[in-house]
Design a protein around this ligand. Structure first.
Ligand code: SAJ
Length: 426
């Protein structure tokens, strides 16, 4: 077996489960992270993220001596880079966000000194087209004593010292442990030999197919998957706005349309959140702004949905005051149900539900309650919002805004009158 020691750079939502899985299958795994808290937590056999079933796997791997976390890379036979690829901040809301590869560059800088002849480097981070070649260039610059795979020199490549491939992660948060093993993998080597080596590595634990392509197609495949979902959700969100105007129940409409054998419309909501679907389509738009018209429009439709919900709440408050002329806006309480970026998770990052709740709190003179059964307290940066229990909000708020279809809310019968239901569960 040519891979005895595997190093995973970036021990977050993807890197840590991947590292733990290799360790569970008997590899010696060295996880690298710049976050000392993550390193210390993992070395105690614990985890610093929320992901079902992962804690037991990490605990066992660390106890067995198969997994350790460090801050500085050590030599290994394969390096997997699983760092974030966010976009650069934009100055104007009309600007197209551009990908920020600084974490990949930093990872390249970190591993370059310990690379040796025969090593495999895999980029797992979701990346714009061309990023794997850029990674190769950064590594080649740092290590002039080693040869790297350049696709215009195919013959010479078969002999290159270092092998490089892009193998995008595609697992769904909350189901990572199962999907890591069962999902098919797209393997995009810079050369055929790079792909072959990468397949050999993933076959350690992947039961799905490892399908070979080139690096650029693999990069685009991942962006395509998330853009496809974004466009489909935008369609559902646009329908919800059209139906609101035409006084049609969008949920009934979609369930009727979905009875057609070739129609499968997704569900509208308060907007698209998380660090993947709302980000990755921009990587395509930034690269080909002239061509990516539909993908760009979908982003704009989904990004505009939270403000549409806030405007609905504004209207509901003013209607409420008309019906209750003895009350002032200050005496009206709005309750928002759900803050996470999707159902049954505790992740508040890039959450449209949180954005809506904060915007309501900023524009509304009265109280804004939030009900979020998956968190115990609000992060300190969140001001003017009171975290309350479901029953309390139900009994004490005047306007109820359903934002996330958590199980706890689905099981609740809501018979209040002033409801704005962005998920169609009440
Ligand atoms: N959403 C809707 N309506 C729907 C489905 C989702 O409004 O019908 C919203 C969710 O509420 C959420 C957002 O979209 O705010 C994204 O949720 P998601 O469940 O679609 O996706 P993520 O971001 O949790 O994970 C996605 C997955 N990609 C695809 O399904 C194509 C996952 O497989 C990827 O690995 C992940 O992105 C990633 O890391 O890129």
């Amino acid at each position: 077996m040519s891979f005895n020691t595997i190093s995973v750079i970036g021990l977050g939502y993807i890197g840590l489960p991947t590292a733990a899985m290799f360790a569970a299958y008997g590899k010696k795994v060295i996880g690298v992270d710049v976050n000392q808290h993550a390193v210390d937590t993992i070395n105690r056999g614990e985890i610093h993220i929320v992901e079902p079933d992962l804690d037991a796997i990490v605990h066992k791997a660390v106890a067995k001596g198969n997994l350790k976390a460090v801050s500085t890379p050590e030599p290994a036979d394969a390096f997997l880079i699983a760092v974030p690829t966010p976009f650069l901040p934009i100055k104007n809301s009309k600007d197209i966000p551009k990908p920020d590869l600084k974490y990949i560059q930093a990872a390249a800088k970190m591993i370059a000194p310990v690379l040796k002849k025969g090593d495999l480097v895999i980029l797992e981070s979701t990346s714009p087209v061309g990023a794997t070649e850029q990674l190769r260039d950064w590594l080649a610059e740092a290590r002039a004593d080693l040869t790297f795979p350049f696709s215009d020199k195919e013959l010479q490549n078969e002999q290159s010292d270092i092998h490089i491939a892009h193998c995008p992660e595609r697992v769904l948060p909350g189901h990572v442990v199962r999907e890591l093993v069962e999902n098919d993998r797209v393997i995009g080597g810079l050369t055929a030999k790079c792909s072959k080596k990468a397949v050999e590595l993933y076959k350690t634990f992947v039961q799905g197919d490892c399908v070979i392509t080139n690096a650029r197609t693999a990069e685009m495949a991942k962006l395509t998957e998330n853009s496809c979902r974004d466009v489909q959700i935008a369609f559902a969100n646009e329908l919800s706005i059209i139906c609101d105007k035409l006084d049609i129940n969008v949920w009934e409409l979609i369930s009727l349309a979905n009875r057609h054998p070739r129609i499968n419309i997704l569900q509208p909501g308060p907007g698209v959140g998380g660090h993947c679907i709302a980000v990755d389509p921009w990587f395509i738009v930034a690269k080909t702004p002239e061509q990516a018209q539909l993908i760009h429009t979908a982003r704009k439709v989904n990004d505009a949905k939270p403000q549409w919900v806030v405007d609905k709440v504004k209207m509901a408050i003013s209607d409420f005051l008309q019906v209750n002329p003895n009350k002032t806006a200050k005496e009206v309480t709005v309750a928002c149900y759900g803050l996470a970026f999707k159902a049954d998770i505790d992740d508040l990052r890039e959450s449209p539900a949180l954005q809506i709740t904060q915007n309501i709190a900023a524009m509304h003179a009265g109280n804004t309650f939030a009900v979020e059964p998956n968190i115990e307290q609000l992060p300190e940066r969140i001001k003017n919002i009171k975290l309350v229990e479901l029953a309390y909000a139900k009994n004490n708020a005047d306007i109820h805004v359903m934002l996330v279809d958590h199980k706890a809310f689905k099981n609740e019968k809501m018979d209040a009158v002033n409801i704005i239901d962005t998920k169609g569960i009440w």
